[in-house]
Design a protein around this ligand. Structure first.
Ligand code: GDP
Length: 360
């Protein structure tokens, strides 16, 4: 699937750069253009592999919006024409989808991404998806509250929102900050593989997954999640059938970007590996298992010939919002928002009796 990528904020920019670099290193040619947008100049300066666009210079002078996602929304709204202008020509007629990438817990990405998705929907005919990073459980209340509002708005604006939980794709015991590199690398490889799965890869044969299958899986809208697992392939075909089942199970049950997301309206199973190591019988068996497990009647499947000694399963879930993890996250976001409101009311109350007059 040919995509244009737009990273907003620090996490958005870094992940966009990783995705573009992975796609180029692998020679997939799925990423058609990549642009990073931020209100913080130093964050843009650290990117080497993507084009950049500064926003909000008149408001925040290149210093970023801190954790203020309402300000993030405002600066994106004010400078939207510049961003769309910078995109002109980058979203070529070849792009089959646009992905807006952002960390949902911060300020610029959290507040800016939904605005950008909204405007892209007016301009382009192709689907506009969000790729959003949810703050981990131990990130502060402000992150949770910001992400809750951002997610709510993205779900309204985007054709689908692929969520990566910051607690999902790193090793146990690693702090979230220390784990960013690992997480970003996994996002780049896994989402990068998803983009590339609809592309024919030169030298390793034809892909049998079509871009339209990715788009149809995401047509359910709402929340999407991605799972991945791989194991070393064998010379023995019976063994590869077992491995295909095993990696598919792990991809869904322990390897998703949104832990506990196992029910979905639609799903896509892509088995990646050497063509002759991918067992037809194994792929079909795994596809049927996925149907049972997700409760979806719409489970598409295909293989992705890749020059690798491993067999990998990539599972894309569409319409996966009924997960415990999403419920728990939304509860946390609501609590954090309420706590913020109580706090600010208390501050105002403390001055309510003051006999000094307000300025206006
Ligand atoms: P912004 O620049 O104002 O949009 O803020 P950030 O992009 O720093 O967003 C903060 C949120 O994104 C928090 O939940 C962080 O934990 C998360 N985050 C920041 N940097 C990274 C990163 O490199 N990788 C991942 N996975 N998450 C990040």
């Amino acid at each position: 699937m040919k995509v244009a990528l737009l990273g907003v904020g620090q996490a958005g920019g870094k992940i966009t750069e990783r995705l573009a670099r992975f796609d180029a290193d692998m020679g997939f040619g799925a990423v058609q253009g990549a642009l990073a947008v931020n209100s913080a100049k130093p964050d843009l300066k650290s990117l080497e592999f993507v084009d950049t666009q500064l926003i909000g210079a008149d408001r925040v002078n290149g210093h970023g919006v801190g954790g203020d996602n309402e300000l993030g929304t405002e600066v994106m709204q004010s400078d939207i024409q510049q961003v769309l202008g910078a995109l002109d020509g980058r979203v070529t007629s070849k792009a089959e989808a646009i992905f807006v990438v952002a960390g949902l817990g911060g300020g610029t990405g959290s507040g800016g991404a939904p605005v950008l998705v909204h405007h892209l929907q007016q301009v382009y005919d192709v689907p506009v998806y969000a790729l959003g990073v949810l703050p981990g459980r131990n990130e502060g209340a402000l992150y949770q509250a910001n992400a809750g509002r951002s997610l709510k708005t993205l779900l309204r604006e985007a054709d689908a929102t692929l969520l990566i939980d910051n607690d999902a794709w790193h090793e146990q015991g690693e702090s979230v900050e220390g784990a960013f590199e690992t997480i970003n690398d996994r996002i780049a490889r896994r989402v990068g593989l998803l983009f590339a799965s609809g592309e024919a890869v030169e030298g390793v044969g034809e892909s049998v997954v079509d871009s339209s299958e990715v788009i149809n899986t995401l047509r359910a809208g709402g929340v999407a999640a991605l799972g991945y697992a791989s194991e070393v392939a064998s010379e023995d075909s019976a063994e590869n059938i077992r491995t295909t089942m095993s990696v598919s199970r792990q991809a869904l049950l322990t390897g998703t970007s949104l832990p506990d997301a196992t029910t979905a309206e639609a799903a896509l199973l892509v088995i990646a590996g050497q063509s002759d190591a991918i067992p037809r019988k194994g792929v079909e068996r795994a596809r049927r298992w996925l149907e049972d497990e997700t409760g979806s009647m719409q489970v598409r499947g295909g293989d992705f010939p890749l020059d690798s000694d491993r067999l990998g399963a990539l599972v894309l879930l569409g319409g996966a919002e009924r997960s415990d993890r999403i419920e728990a996250f939304m509860d946390r976001a609501r609590e954090a928002k309420q706590a913020q409101e109580t706090e600010s009311t208390d501050h105002a109350d403390a001055f309510a009796d003051d006999r000094l007059e307000n300025l206006f």
